[in-house]
Design a protein around this ligand. Sequence first.
Ligand SMILES: [Zn+2]
Length: 447
Amino acid sequence: MERVIRIVAQHVNKETGEVLDSVVCREDAVKKPETLMELGYLHIEQIELLSSLQDFKIKHQAVLINQSDVCPNCNGKARAQGIIKSTFHAALTDHDVLIRRKRCTCGWGSKYSLEGIYGSTLHPDLLEKHAIQGSENSYRKACKNLNYESKSIRSINNVDRIRRSVSKVGEIVAFEKLQEVNEVKKVDAVDNLIVVVDGGHVKSNQNDSRSFEAMIATVYDPNNLKVIDKNHNEITQKTSVASAISDEQKTIKQLVLNACRKEGIHSKVTTLTCLTDGANNCWSITNTLKPYTKTIVNVLDWFHITKRFTVINNTLNDSLKDRLTKIKWHLWHGDAKTALERLNTFIKDVTEEKTSEQLTHLYEYIKRNQKHLVNYQKRQVENLPFTSTLAESSVNSLINIRQKCNQKMQWSRVGSHNVLQIRTSIFSKSWFQDWSVAQDKIYKKVA
Ligand SMILES: [Zn+2]
């Protein structure tokens, strides 16, 4: 006895049970699997099955489009004027959709393409995949990943199309994120917030400039910092924002304020601690937040201080290492004055030109940021924020992975900005909501 599994799709009148149309989607012999490969359906067979099911459903849905014989313009009789084929790109498969075209003697004509009727030929699921894949990988890699998933080379998954999808979605997300967020009610306000502001470099596609800076900020309530184990922490709730636009920081300042408000800032309740690497363009962002806080504390990020010491330390011999460590110790205890004095004599004592130069840069760095130096040791004891070590992954995960300077890919500011909007949305775990808003803007609903 030969046995098969037959998959049949039926179009049925639910009331009478009458089968109006049916199709055999697959028929496969049932045999003992000799290898695991033979168990169930192959990846490609699964895709083929979906594809034939889709074709069947789409066929019966498409007849319902432009079905009415009444002209919406004059209420006269709308007449059929042929059937037009549109290509539809679903999440994993592509399909032809046959759409009836209607015309009226008054001059009215129905829309007859998916683009015209719904605003796109891409199913929202595919557009979302494009946006996510293209913001996380190079466009070429995104094509590969998507085609692998569909087990075929689909013309829709090409570099240019994915780039367009990313910018279409990114632009809308960017626009929405710029809309002013209201201050929370006093009862909902949080006592403390931390904002970490940093910049990352992106390779420019303009001939005259090699790179530009994108600004990134992450805002979180220290209460949302959960210790996983000795070396791992997680910020369970945070809002990250980024801008690559050159507009005298107008965009990033609005985005950072919005992020603070989402995290519950209140001008009479919240103490905001700002951690930066000391660059002027970071302080200029945090300083605009002052009117929206009860207290603002600018702190030169201990993470960045340590980083600078470590770089120099690695080039020194042991006796000099000790001297440098002591200077760092003064800074750790909030004694910038002594640290600067010691550093100054250190520079004079050093004979090696490279070391002298590095120490001078360090001296200038500390001097420049002196008013933002705090007693780090004391803050640690009092459990107050002083380092971005915990949030520092932002620049790395938001810019470097996708747009790092030494990668071949070159960016326009706008292109980079759009990618960053999608990345920050995913990073802030607000993608679900942001995408839902974007989807409503991109797609039209048919009455
Ligand atoms: Zn009409």
